[in-house]
Design a protein around this ligand. Structure first.
Ligand code: CA
Length: 229
């Protein structure tokens, strides 16, 4: 059971979907235009979006593209609802990140089953992400999505900086030498020296704002993540 956003402009379908989703135990919000849908997505959390392709303002493809391009929404499951004859749009939709689609007229039972599958997969992934997340004050390190949030704002870390931070933060208090760290985070291909890691650490600290002191230099040895209080 999850929170479902229905972006659909036909009142009959809105009611049909709302009724059946609620019967399944989901919480339902209905938006009648693409813009309203995007507004709802930014206003409150959802677990799945049912997205009509033909909407009065922006079409479903554009909404899908915007959602996928948005750091905080990119993992949202999207099921597209299309009319017959829009198959080429379906292909396009799947290409830009819709997870599944149904064609109108659809069988309610089948749609509900697909929603159930997508939702349970998504909620499993969310639980997994939750378990693996590292929280330090206002900073969240999310290894599933490879991102770091400080006060809900994503930090623009490179992949190497992210790996470095995540590795150190996973082992607070342990000192690692420069070559040790390179082994753990390197791609095994780039030419590196032990000074490479210093450059990564310097860049990482710059981006960590108030948290830069968490990555400590241990003179003559390497680096360690500050022991958490
Ligand atoms: Ca429509």
């Amino acid at each position: 059971m999850g929170r479902v956003l229905v972006i659909e402009d036909e009142p009959d379908l809105q009611e049909l979907l709302r009724f059946n989703l609620q019967k399944e135990g989901h919480t339902v919000t209905v938006a009648g235009t693409g813009s309203d849908g995007l507004h709802e997505l930014r206003r409150q959390p959802f677990d799945l979006v049912l997205l009509d392709l033909m909407l009065p303002d922006r079409d479903g493809l554009e909404v899908c593209r915007i959602v996928r391009g948005d750091e905080s929404l990119s993992a949202m499951p999207i099921i597209m609802v299309t009319a017959k004859g829009e198959e080429s749009d379906v292909v396009l939709g799947l290409g830009i990140g819709a997870d599944d689609y149904v064609t109108k007229p659809f069988r309610v039972k089948e749609l509900m089953a697909r929603i159930r599958v997508r939702l349970s997969r998504h909620l499993d992934e969310e639980r997994d992400a939750e378990r693996r997340r590292i929280q330090i004050g206002d900073m969240t390190i999310d290894p599933v999505r490879h991102r770091v949030l400080i006060k809900d704002e994503a930090m623009p870390l490179t992949l190497t900086e992210f790996k470095l931070l995540h590795f150190l933060a996973s082992h607070p208090g342990v000192v690692y030498g420069r070559y040790d760290l390179l082994d753990r985070i390197g791609d095994g291909e780039s030419v590196v020296t032990d000074r490479t890691i210093d450059v990564h650490v310097r860049n990482l600290r710059k981006k960590l704002g108030g948290y830069e002191d968490l990555v400590e230099t241990v003179r003559g040895v390497g680096y360690r993540f500050s022991e958490l209080p």
